[in-house]
Write a protein that binds this ligand. Structure first.
Ligand code: FPP
Length: 249
């Protein structure tokens, strides 16, 4: 099927509101091309542009990209520095495209733990695109799902200790609104590239009912067509939320 056939077969009235992506395989892709790992990350930026443009054009509201996990600090120093530089460079270069596509930039994660140049570029990008009303592109940076949950538990425990909150007031909604994603709906779809079938500490609370789409395609080869394929696959699934097939029909 061509890209336009794939696009035409998407039902615009049943789109996921929020798609989360684990962008994996940059290093292996670079190796396959006889290059250093950083070459894969640089090419991964093209996929970020294509996927965010495709999501914006379809009318999807949120796209969350796992750009840097807390575990990624353990990579070789050179690679970590290159990723941080790429982040600054990409944000600076892509603001114009985001303005053109009405995309606003957001971020989740322990942002205070980022190098100040990365944080500044991020803050600038968030500020400059804040009035855009189309897609929200959410970068997960220095992000860990377990750390997010631990931080939330501490926040709630302090409120209980200070008697600002009753135990009986703790429920799903309170927990959801105490996370980094407090103003973002849970993702209906998670895409992970490169053939790995893991969640890797990403949006652990938020993915309770998320549909998972795994593809062997490496992230630098994942473009608009691949994104349309994922959305098509999602639309062919039946989401039951614990009910029977008959109940949801
Ligand atoms: C995973 O591939 C990718 C990352 C850890 C970084 C993702 C970063 C980008 C796509 C570029 C920058 C993005 C933005 C939003 C500016 P890997 O290195 O783990 O690949 P491997 O498993 O093949 O080694």
């Amino acid at each position: 099927m061509s890209a336009s056939d794939l696009l035409n077969s998407i039902d615009k009235s049943r789109l996921p509101q929020h798609v989360a992506v684990i962008m994996d395989g940059n290093g292996r892709w670079a190796k396959q091309h006889g290059k250093a790992r950083v070459f894969g990350h640089t090419n991964g930026v093209n996929s970020v542009r294509q996927v965010s443009e495709a999501a914006a054009e379809l009318g999807i509201k949120y796209l969350t990209l796992y750009a840097f996990s807390t575990e990624n600090w353990n990579r070789p120093k050179f690679e970590v520095e290159a990723l941080m530089l790429l982040l600054v460079d990409t944000i600076n270069k892509e603001i114009a495209t985001m303005m053109k596509n009405n995309i606003s930039l957001k971020a989740i994660g322990n942002l205070d733990g980022l190098p100040s140049a990365s944080r500044k570029a991020l803050e600038k990008g968030i500020e400059e695109t804040s009035n855009n009303t189309g897609l929200s592109m959410v970068l997960a940076l220095n992000y860990s799902g377990r750390e997010e949950i631990t931080t939330m538990v501490k926040k709630i425990a302090i409120a209980v200790k200070e008697e600002k909150l009753q135990l009986s007031e703790i429920n799903d909604d309170l927990i959801s609104t105490s996370l980094y994603t407090h103003d973002i709906p849970d993702p209906e779809l998670l895409i992970r590239t490169s053939g790995e079938h893991r969640v890797s500490n990403f949006l652990l609370w938020q993915m309770a009912y998320t549909e998972f789409y795994f593809t062997p395609v490496m992230w630098p080869d994942f473009g608009k067509e691949q994104f349309y394929l994922a959305i098509n696959d999602y639309q062919n699934r039946e989401r039951r939320f614990g009910k029977t097939s008959e109940q949801v029909k």
